[in-house]
Design a protein around this ligand. Structure first.
Ligand code: SAM
Length: 322
């Protein structure tokens, strides 16, 4: 097992199935371009081998399928069917929900038990302004169907000052009423936001403000969470739970166990590092050749992790796999 000086190791793999996305969220991509042509992306078979090899080489236990938007990818079906046979403890998927109704039968058939749906607002105009794509009622319909089908659902919201921060309570009410766990993700200095400090500062709405807004309506207390969890979890007695992923306010680098594989075959050990390690060629090799080479790259990827706090990263989230 590859372990670093802080005792960290990779347990959680996030795969960006494709960098293409049917949204162009203002905080994720700078230019409003959607569905970028998927150039040089690995075929589904190679990505499945990537997961299998990383289970062996790094001790990966849990997989999250992300992107880009995984539900737009033609690779999804093969990838899901095959990775569900690999004996992982958990497989989950992060989606913007736009195609959720359509893909729900496939997700259920492949045995998926839980999903995260990104939704920043319940206001249709703000939705269009932030996502620069998609349609709010379609997402809400997908969420209702996924709930009726018994999927466990977390909703991801990035609160942005002056844009959707007044939606914190309406979003929380909406989620609590439906048994969804809302995850507030503090805005991260990724991609263009890493270069545009003023824009980041202007939009950033941190955990202290967030908790103060929630406290106006609800009493809550911190709930237990696994040691390497990225979210601080809170219980609102009698109502449910919510979480905060507080990259800035309460950094969690010291316990980070995440590894990312991009759709073009690059391993990223840390969102905050511009280092990346190409493994696309290794995934075509037989196991006995691939594993030793992969292990050498994993040592380097683990060394890319920040010691204490997230410092921002120039890679666009949808490429690295948010
Ligand atoms: N398309 C899928 C979706 O929308 O959930 C998966 C990919 S998306 C990049 C994954 C998550 O990253 C979303 O919840 C999104 O809100 C979040 N995200 C993207 N850029 C971010 C940033 N700069 N700061 C915080 N979260 C970000």
């Amino acid at each position: 097992m590859i372990v670093d000086h802080q005792g960290r190791r990779f347990r959680n793999l996030r795969i960006s199935l494709t960098a293409a996305c049917n949204y162009a969220c203002t905080y994720c991509v700078p230019d409003g371009k959607r569905l970028v042509a998927a150039q040089d992306e690995l075929p589904a078979e190679a990505m499945v081998r990537g997961v299998a090899y990383l289970i062996e080489a790094a001790g990966i236990e849990r997989l999250r399928i992300t992107g880009g938007e995984p539900l737009v990818s033609p690779k999804l079906e093969h990838f899901l069917r095959e990775t569900s046979q690999l004996g992982l403890q958990d497989i989950s998927l992060t989606t913007n929900g736009q195609l959720l109704s359509r893909k729900l039968p496939l997700l259920l058939e492949c045995g998926l038990k839980r999903i995260n749906v990104s939704l920043d607002t319940l206001d249709p105009d703000d939705f269009k302004r932030i996502a620069r794509g998609g349609d709010l009622p379609t997402v809400l319909q997908g969420l209702e169907e996924a709930r009726a089908a018994g999927l466990k659902i977390k909703v991801n919201m990035v609160p942005l000052r002056g844009q959707n921060h007044e939606q914190v309570l309406p979003m929380l009410d909406y989620c609590l009423e439906r048994g969804f766990e809302l995850r507030f993700i503090e805005l991260m200095r990724m991609g263009h936001l890493a270069r545009e400090g003023a824009s980041f500062q202007q939009q950033f709405y941190g955990m202290p403000d967030l908790l103060a807004a929630i406290a106006e309506r609800y009493e809550f207390a911190q709930a237990p969470a696994p040691l390497d969890a990225t979210a601080l979890r809170y219980e609102i007695p009698g109502h449910g739970f919510f979480g905060v992923i507080a990259n800035e306010s309460v950094p969690f680098c010291r316990t980070c166990s995440r590894l990312r594989l991009s759709s073009t075959g690059w391993l990223h050990g840390c969102l905050s590092s511009s280092n990346r390690h190409y493994v696309g060629d290794l995934l075509d090799k037989p196991r006995h050749q691939a594993l030793p080479a992969l292990q050498r790259l994993l040592v380097r990827a683990l060394a890319d992790k920040q010691d204490i706090a997230f410092a921002g990263g120039v890679t666009v989230m949808k490429i690295i796999g948010g």
